[in-house]
Design a binder for this molecule. Structure first.
Ligand SMILES: [Zn+2]
Length: 137
Protein backbone atom coordinates (compact mmCIF):
# COMPACT_ATOMS: atom_id res chain seq x y z
CA UNK A 1 0.00 0.00 0.00
CA UNK A 2 1.29 3.35 -1.03
CA UNK A 3 -1.52 5.41 0.44
CA UNK A 4 -2.89 4.91 3.92
CA UNK A 5 -6.57 5.26 4.70
CA UNK A 6 -5.90 8.45 6.66
CA UNK A 7 -4.03 9.99 3.73
CA UNK A 8 -6.86 9.18 1.35
CA UNK A 9 -9.52 10.56 3.69
CA UNK A 10 -7.62 13.84 4.06
CA UNK A 11 -7.33 14.47 0.31
CA UNK A 12 -9.59 17.08 -1.27
CA UNK A 13 -11.66 15.87 -4.25
CA UNK A 14 -9.17 17.54 -6.62
CA UNK A 15 -6.19 15.94 -4.92
CA UNK A 16 -7.89 12.57 -4.95
CA UNK A 17 -8.76 12.72 -8.67
CA UNK A 18 -5.24 13.92 -9.48
CA UNK A 19 -3.65 11.17 -7.40
CA UNK A 20 -5.70 8.50 -9.18
CA UNK A 21 -4.77 9.81 -12.63
CA UNK A 22 -1.11 10.48 -11.80
CA UNK A 23 -0.62 7.00 -10.39
CA UNK A 24 -2.27 5.31 -13.38
CA UNK A 25 -0.36 7.42 -15.89
CA UNK A 26 2.95 6.80 -14.12
CA UNK A 27 2.31 3.05 -14.03
CA UNK A 28 1.65 3.09 -17.77
CA UNK A 29 -2.13 2.74 -17.82
CA UNK A 30 -3.95 4.62 -20.56
CA UNK A 31 -7.56 5.27 -21.36
CA UNK A 32 -8.81 4.15 -24.73
CA UNK A 33 -10.96 6.62 -26.61
CA UNK A 34 -12.01 5.97 -30.21
CA UNK A 35 -9.16 3.53 -30.65
CA UNK A 36 -6.53 5.96 -29.37
CA UNK A 37 -4.69 5.81 -26.09
CA UNK A 38 -4.72 8.85 -23.82
CA UNK A 39 -3.35 9.69 -20.41
CA UNK A 40 -5.97 9.87 -17.69
CA UNK A 41 -6.96 13.41 -16.83
CA UNK A 42 -8.38 14.44 -13.46
CA UNK A 43 -12.09 15.07 -13.80
CA UNK A 44 -15.00 14.04 -11.63
CA UNK A 45 -16.22 11.64 -14.31
CA UNK A 46 -12.84 10.07 -15.12
CA UNK A 47 -13.30 7.13 -12.82
CA UNK A 48 -16.82 6.15 -13.86
CA UNK A 49 -16.32 7.16 -17.50
CA UNK A 50 -12.96 5.59 -18.27
CA UNK A 51 -11.09 3.85 -15.47
CA UNK A 52 -13.79 1.31 -14.54
CA UNK A 53 -13.61 -0.15 -18.02
CA UNK A 54 -10.06 -1.33 -17.28
CA UNK A 55 -10.09 -4.15 -14.76
CA UNK A 56 -6.32 -4.00 -14.27
CA UNK A 57 -6.36 -0.26 -13.62
CA UNK A 58 -9.06 -0.72 -10.98
CA UNK A 59 -7.08 -3.52 -9.33
CA UNK A 60 -3.96 -1.39 -9.39
CA UNK A 61 -5.76 1.46 -7.61
CA UNK A 62 -6.85 -1.00 -4.93
CA UNK A 63 -3.30 -2.29 -4.55
CA UNK A 64 -1.85 1.14 -3.93
CA UNK A 65 -4.67 2.08 -1.57
CA UNK A 66 -6.52 4.70 -3.60
CA UNK A 67 -9.67 2.64 -4.05
CA UNK A 68 -12.05 1.16 -1.46
CA UNK A 69 -10.03 3.01 1.12
CA UNK A 70 -12.07 5.84 2.59
CA UNK A 71 -13.36 7.68 -0.46
CA UNK A 72 -16.05 7.23 -3.07
CA UNK A 73 -14.33 7.20 -6.49
CA UNK A 74 -17.41 8.58 -8.25
CA UNK A 75 -17.86 11.81 -6.29
CA UNK A 76 -14.68 11.85 -4.14
CA UNK A 77 -16.55 12.32 -0.86
CA UNK A 78 -15.51 10.49 2.26
CA UNK A 79 -16.94 7.00 2.44
CA UNK A 80 -16.11 4.89 5.46
CA UNK A 81 -18.16 1.77 4.84
CA UNK A 82 -17.81 -0.60 1.93
CA UNK A 83 -21.53 -1.21 1.77
CA UNK A 84 -22.38 -0.21 -1.75
CA UNK A 85 -20.76 -2.43 -4.30
CA UNK A 86 -20.90 -1.82 -8.02
CA UNK A 87 -19.63 -3.97 -10.83
CA UNK A 88 -18.84 -2.78 -14.31
CA UNK A 89 -20.54 -5.18 -16.69
CA UNK A 90 -18.00 -4.74 -19.43
CA UNK A 91 -14.76 -5.17 -17.49
CA UNK A 92 -16.07 -7.02 -14.44
CA UNK A 93 -14.30 -4.53 -12.17
CA UNK A 94 -15.79 -4.38 -8.67
CA UNK A 95 -15.56 -1.22 -6.55
CA UNK A 96 -17.42 0.53 -3.76
CA UNK A 97 -19.18 3.87 -3.87
CA UNK A 98 -21.14 6.06 -1.45
CA UNK A 99 -24.85 5.67 -0.87
CA UNK A 100 -25.90 8.58 -3.06
CA UNK A 101 -23.80 7.43 -6.04
CA UNK A 102 -25.17 3.93 -5.57
CA UNK A 103 -28.75 5.21 -5.59
CA UNK A 104 -28.09 7.23 -8.71
CA UNK A 105 -26.64 4.18 -10.44
CA UNK A 106 -29.55 1.96 -9.32
CA UNK A 107 -32.02 4.48 -10.71
CA UNK A 108 -30.26 4.52 -14.08
CA UNK A 109 -30.27 0.72 -14.15
CA UNK A 110 -33.96 0.58 -13.30
CA UNK A 111 -34.72 3.05 -16.08
CA UNK A 112 -32.76 0.86 -18.52
CA UNK A 113 -34.53 -2.29 -17.35
CA UNK A 114 -37.90 -0.53 -17.60
CA UNK A 115 -37.14 0.36 -21.20
CA UNK A 116 -36.10 -3.23 -21.96
CA UNK A 117 -39.33 -4.49 -20.42
CA UNK A 118 -41.40 -2.08 -22.53
CA UNK A 119 -39.69 -3.17 -25.72
CA UNK A 120 -40.33 -6.81 -24.80
CA UNK A 121 -44.05 -6.19 -24.37
CA UNK A 122 -44.23 -4.29 -27.67
CA UNK A 123 -42.50 -7.19 -29.41
CA UNK A 124 -44.86 -9.79 -27.93
CA UNK A 125 -47.87 -7.66 -28.91
CA UNK A 126 -46.43 -7.29 -32.38
CA UNK A 127 -46.03 -11.06 -32.76
CA UNK A 128 -49.58 -11.62 -31.48
CA UNK A 129 -51.05 -9.08 -33.89
CA UNK A 130 -49.01 -10.56 -36.72
CA UNK A 131 -50.33 -14.03 -35.77
CA UNK A 132 -53.95 -12.77 -35.75
CA UNK A 133 -53.53 -11.12 -39.14
CA UNK A 134 -52.05 -14.38 -40.49
CA UNK A 135 -54.97 -16.37 -39.08
CA UNK A 136 -57.52 -14.03 -40.57
CA UNK A 137 -56.01 -13.89 -44.00
ZN1 LIG B 1 -20.20 9.02 -4.26
Amino acid sequence: MKYTRDQVIEMTPDEYESAICDELNTAGYRSRFRGELHEYEPDESTFGGAIVFDLKAVDYLKQIGLLDNGKCPMCSVREDDLLYKLQNRQSGAVYHVCKSCYKQYAQQERAKRGLGCCLGIIMILGILIWGIIKLLS
